[in-house]
Design a protein around this ligand. Structure first.
Ligand code: ADP
Ligand code: MG
Length: 388
């Protein structure tokens, strides 16, 4: 069975610095690190003005960066075997394409603040493209590096915005902003209640081990599917629903009002997910405030999954297999996390059942001829920071 090792920060930083010296010669000016995340509950509602409840993972991305005296940018990563070289002035939507867009886009988004050229080497322990937010870990570690190296002294809110713009506008991938917020604002031992309507945040203590449970993260290793159209279609459906209901946001609507104002069955189901999911996040936050991270939280997570599967239609066979198996083997609850259509699921599990739950998930995947999943367990980690 495949358990993903946590890489100590020193080793992560060493990996980035070693790649830097190999690729560019000489030492980097510094190394900056930002975490991946899981979202406990509140899925597909960050772009709908909802509430989300992510926490940072002890899996992170390190960038080793050195300032240049010209406007050239070079980027290399241990996760790809290409070096990208370009000019700051050439960066724009779709250019560069591919992974370099996530770093070049941040320089582009911060250009008005006076960033110059850099060399950057990337080394990460966040599984890439698994719904655990390797993209925001990359953007945010690099945004922090630019802020330090060019002495921008920008508020983290602005670095979050720049990271979101990089992903939306340069990489051309839709993101609602949850991932960048948690990467920049996480506190060790806390989940972050993020209000996506007004941007306000509240840290909520989350001591899983202390409450006798573990959060099992299951990377389904599902094949990559082209689903960007699906994401856009969900956002569009919510826009149409808002127009029909004569509101600017679904936030604050009760389920009956929202549903009785709509005719189309698909729209009704999409809206039912959003409105009910916002309610579940509110309930989850109340539970965590009382220090209750057990069965009641698990039930909310499972209800979230059912809603995402049946009403929002963003699950996949791999995710459903993992969630059903986890529950069969005694998890308090389980759900897909992240955008869906593959990626990762999470299960809230009594501490003594972690191995049994993982075993059942592996058997279930084999039975359905799905890829063998990868596992990790996590307690909430801290936010993006400079390592040296
Ligand atoms: P997730 O954020 O859930 O991992 P995304 O599709 O949002 O998935 O982002 C994954 C993309 O981000 C990758 O395809 C790649 O382009 C880029 N990326 C993230 N981390 C790295 C890395 N360490 N090295 C190179 N590219 C990366
Ligand atoms: Mg991402």
């Amino acid at each position: 069975m495949n358990w993903l090792d946590v890489i100590a920060e020193e080793d992560l930083a060493d990996g980035a610095a070693a790649l830097f010296r190999n690729a560019f010669g000489g030492d980097p000016d510094g190394v900056w690190i930002a975490p991946g995340r899981v979202n406990l509950i509140g899925e597909h509602i960050d772009y709908a003005g909802g509430l989300v409840l992510p926490f940072a993972l002890p899996y992170a991305t390190a960038v080793a960066v050195r300032r240049r005296e010209d406007t050239t940018m070079r980027a290399v990563s241990t996760d790809t075997n290409q070096t990208w070289t370009g000019q700051l002035g050439e960066i724009g939507p779709g250019n560069p394409s591919g992974w370099a867009a996530y770093v070049a886009g941040v320089s582009w988004a911060l250009q008005e603040h006076g960033v110059g050229g850099v060399d950057v080497a990337v080394h990460s322990s966040v599984p890439v493209g698994s719904g655990l937010s390797s993209s925001a870990a990359l953007e945010c570690s690099f945004a922090l590096a630019l802020d330090d190296l060019f002495d921008l002294r920008l508020d983290r809110k602005l670095l979050i915005e720049a990271s979101i713009r990089a992903e939306n506008e340069i990489a051309g991938a839709s993101t609602g902003g949850m991932d960048q917020n948690i990467a920049m604002s996480a506190e060790t031992g806390h989940a972050l209640l993020l209000d996506c309507l007004d941007g306000s945040t509240r840290q909520i203590p989350l001591d899983l081990a202390g409450s006798g449970s573990r959060l099992l993260v299951i990377d389904t290793n599902a094949p990559h599917r082209l689903v960007d159209g699906q994401y856009g279609a969900r956002r569009e459906a919510l826009d149409i629903a808002c127009a029909e209901l004569g509101v600017t946001t679904l936030r604050g609507l009760d389920l009956d009002t929202a549903v009785s104002g709509l005719v189309d069955d698909t729209l009704i189901r999409r809206v039912r997910h959003v409105v009910s999911e916002i309610g579940r996040v509110e309930q989850a936050a109340e539970l965590l405030d009382r220090g209750a991270a057990g069965a009641a939280l698990g039930e909310l997570m499972t209800a979230s999954h059912v809603s995402l599967r049946d009403d929002y239609e963003v699950s996949s066979p791999e995710l459903d297999s993992a969630v059903d198996a986890a529950r069969r083997a005694g998890a308090y609850g389980a759900r897909m996390t992240g955008g869906g259509f593959g990626g990762s699921a999470i299960a809230l599990v009594p501490s003594n059942l972690v191995q049994a739950v993982a075993d059942e998930i592996v058997s279930s995947a084999a039975r359905y001829e799905l890829p063998p999943p990868t596992f990790l367990t996590a307690e909430p980690a801290g936010s993006a920071h400079r390592f040296f």
